[in-house]
Design a protein around this ligand. Structure first.
Ligand code: CTP
Ligand code: CA
Length: 229
């Protein structure tokens, strides 16, 4: 059967979405974070829910209203996001990684609040790599599972970087947005994206994140029947 094709009826499909931006602690009150608001991931979750999907959102530091009928799992750090996604991955049919996940974290977080008289004129933070959640989940995917990544790129080469992530992470689609433009992408109401698949690129001109979410579900899910063996 072809549950993903057509106008987007996602009845009974289990969709796991990560949203927001992770925070890596420096001390008890400070962190390294990013400007992701979670709006794109939440818009995707609500659009998938409206189409009948069973939706779980792993939300990293998102302060947006929650929609009824969607399960939300709140996390803070990249490691917590990795655990939350890993626990739920086997049970999902579609994974959409819209979260901005930290690539590095402070090697150790200070227990209390750092004081200037402890640290002096300079404070050196040593950062270490986090796990690539999406790549590690792609490595253990089962046949028929659909994996969608995001790539927030800055300026020239955005599409090429997106395509290389598609291949390197073994994904079905990568949603590329060029975050160098004003009023789109991070912490903005609108977005403009290219949906990159093995078949080519689909451009979604600047529009609301709800409309972008609908376009992503349409174009990514409708072509997945070929993959749905
Ligand atoms: N991602 C992830 N785990 C990470 C980093 C990224 O799962 N530790 C996911 C993101 O959620 C996104 C995709 O990988 O769906 C691409 O993220 P991006 O930051 O664009 O790519 P990176 O592989 O981290 O490469 P770089 O930041 O160097 O461009
Ligand atoms: Ca990254």
């Amino acid at each position: 059967e072809d549950v993903l094709a057509g106008g987007g009826a996602l009845d009974g499909l289990r969709v796991l979405i990560s949203a927001g931006g992770t925070r890596e602690p420096i001390d008890a009150v400070r962190f390294i974070g990013n400007r992701s608001s979670g709006r794109m991931g939440f818009a995707l979750a609500e659009a998938a829910k409206r189409r009948g999907a069973n939706v779980t959102v792993v939300a990293a530091n998102v302060s947006l209203p929650r929609a009824p009928g969607i399960e939300y799992v709140d996390v803070t750090t990249a490691a917590q996001l990795a655990d939350a996604c890993s626990e739920r991955f086997d049970a999902c049919d579609v994974l959409i990684m819209a979260a901005a996940v930290a690539d590095y974290r402070p090697e150790e977080a200070h227990g209390g609040k750092l004081k200037k008289d402890q640290t002096g004129a300079e404070l050196n933070l040593r950062l270490v790599r986090t796990t690539d959640v999406l790549s590690s989940l792609a490595d253990r995917r089962r046949p028929g599972q659909l994996l969608v990544g995001f790539a927030a790129e800055h300026g020239d080469g955005a599409l090429a970087y997106g395509r290389s992530k598609l291949e390197r992470k073994k994904l079905d689609a990568v949603v590329v947005n060029d975050v160098s433009g004003a009023g789109i992408g991070f912490d903005a109401a609108d977005n403009e994206v290219w949906i990159v698949t093995a078949d080519g690129e689909h451009h979604v001109p600047k529009t609301s994140k709800d409309a972008v979410a609908a376009a992503i579900l349409d174009s990514v899910l409708s072509r997945s029947s070929s993959n749905d063996t």
